[in-house]
Design a protein around this ligand. Structure first.
Ligand code: ADP
Ligand code: ASP
Ligand code: MG
Length: 445
């Protein structure tokens, strides 16, 4: 059972979560929690302030969030439990203050310090949740996720080393489960082989839950959030977006990858590996079934299940007469992206040109410099990828025509269709994304 930041944003929310866990206690749950809402952002901001030379201000900027943790303890705990938690909070504050000072002085690698600092969100939330559960009479115990999830050294988006992670999760958690204890873990945080704290990438608590679920061959992986399941589109764009009953792993993976924030893109793979159902449900409405993500799903009557989108996309176009009728060109092109660890999302080629989209442009200058050896480069910023998802989409006739005629007056700069059987992806200018999704949603749903 994984609870996101808004599900643990204050005392009332913590209480609600303990109630949801209690209702499932006979099914032997394992709980994974995110940091309280806004805490990860605040820790990252504090890191930046310290980096700019002011660790004192950085620490002060966190005060309101320390107070929020304290308020939960004061509202929900008796005196002894309160005192114990506040002592831990004080210790965490002291450690954070030391880490921020190290950032200012650059006394350790910054990326390493950043992960150490940001991990306090999940460390504190899991401590609090364990205590809230105990205060409600549950036999809960906090587990430090950094002892069980082992990753490589890529701070900020570390990759789990599966064999070791699986073994440690089984060893540590099975012992607790046999003793009838409910493990309460922080999501998102892990450690490398030398024991330094790492993190799995923003929104990574979903992934932590999937890793734990897979390692223990769980009956179900539950992602508890602030909306009732995966919806037909981002509810911040269409307030009438509806809950989808069942999605296939393929559909959910495409949606997550192309921006449906409700699931972290890496969540699905561990579930697929052991065919574990994933349920996305609402901690504010626990009685609702939410969305089930399963190996297979039915084709929707209108053949489309949902529309995802991702903004902040850059298009690169490479044109070169050398490409005509020659081989090895694509390989040379991909090697450049490989060298600078830059992920390509959508790609489309003609005889003498290739267009592709990038989400992360950290190494764009270096990539472009190298690509200039292969051909002429054009760069277009501020685009958005829109991904229409549904099982059987590739095999449907007339669907592309319906999609594009709905938005016939809007310029589409790239289309990808057919690579996967469940999606049709295209790129429009960022400023058009709201309008495009509203029109498609109205037309299909
Ligand atoms: P949590 O803190 O629980 O991990 P997130 O903020 O990461 O929650 O994800 C939930 C949010 O994802 C929702 O509040 C919603 O605004 C957004 N979202 C975007 N696209 C979708 C979608 N297709 N279905 C459901 N939620 C979506
Ligand atoms: N707290 C982390 C974040 O905000 C991880 C998560 O919530 O899933 O990115
Ligand atoms: Mg999330």
């Amino acid at each position: 059972m994984k609870f996101g930041g808004t599900s643990v944003k204050d005392a009332e929310a913590f209480s609600r979560v303990a109630g949801i866990v209690s209702n499932q206690k006979d099914d032997i749950p394992i709980v994974v929690t995110s940091a309280m809402a806004k805490v990860t952002d605040a820790l990252l901001d504090a890191f930046e302030i310290a980096k700019n030379g002011n660790s004192g201000d950085a620490f002060s900027s966190l005060e309101e969030h320390f107070e929020r943790h304290k308020a939960v303890a004061e509202e929900l705990f008796d005196k002894p439990r309160q005192t114990a938690f506040l002592a831990e909070l004080d210790l965490a504050k002291e450690e954070l203050s030391g880490l921020l000072l190290r950032v200012e002085r650059r006394s350790l690698p910054l990326q390493m310090l950043k992960d150490a600092i940001v991990s306090y969100g999940e460390q504190l939330a899991s401590r609090l949740l364990a205590e809230v559960c105990k205060a409600k009479g549950l036999n809960a115990r906090q587990v430090d996720s950094r002892r069980v999830i082992v990753t490589d050294d890529e701070y900020g988006s570390a990759k789990p080393i599966w064999d070791e992670t699986e073994k440690f999760i089984q060893l540590e958690l099975n012992t607790l489960l046999e003793a009838n204890e409910i493990p309460i873990m922080g999501g998102f945080i892990a450690s490398n082989r030398s024991g330094e704290t790492t993190t799995l990438g923003r929104g990574g608590s979903d992934y932590s839950a999937a890793l734990v679920g897979a390692a223990l061959r769980a009956k179900e992986i539950q992602i508890w959030t602030d909306v009732t399941g995966v919806l037909t589109c981002d509810p911040r764009i269409c307030s009438d977006a509806r809950t989808i009953d069942v999605l296939s792993y393929d559909e959910a993976a495409e949606l997550a990858y192309f921006g449906a924030k409700v699931l972290h893109p890496k969540t699905i793979q561990p579930a697929v590996d052991y065919e574990i159902p994933v349920r996305v449900c609402n901690s504010h409405q626990p009685a609702e079934r939410g969305t089930m993500v399963l190996a297979e799903s039915e084709i929707a009557p209108n053949r489309i299940k949902s529309i995802a989108h991702k903004t902040g996309i850059t298009i690169l176009r490479i044109s070169s007469a050398r490409m005509l009728g020659s081989y090895g060109f694509m390989s040379a092109l991909f090697q450049v992206f490989d060298r600078f660890r830059t992920v390509i999302d959508v790609i489309s080629t003609s005889e003498v040109s290739v267009a592709l989209t990038l989400d992360n442009t950290d190494s764009l200058d270096k990539v472009v410099k190298e690509l200039e050896r292969l051909g002429d480069i054009e760069i277009e910023h501020e685009n958005a990828v829109i991904c229409v998802v549904g099982e059987g989409l590739r095999a449907s006739s007339g669907l592309a025509s319906k999609i594009f005629s709905t938005i016939e007056d809007i310029n589409i700069s790239l289309i990808s269709h057919g690579a996967s059987s469940v999606n049709l992806t295209f790129v429009v200018k960022e400023e058009k994304v709201g309008e495009v999704i509203k029109r498609l949603h109205e037309s299909f749903f």
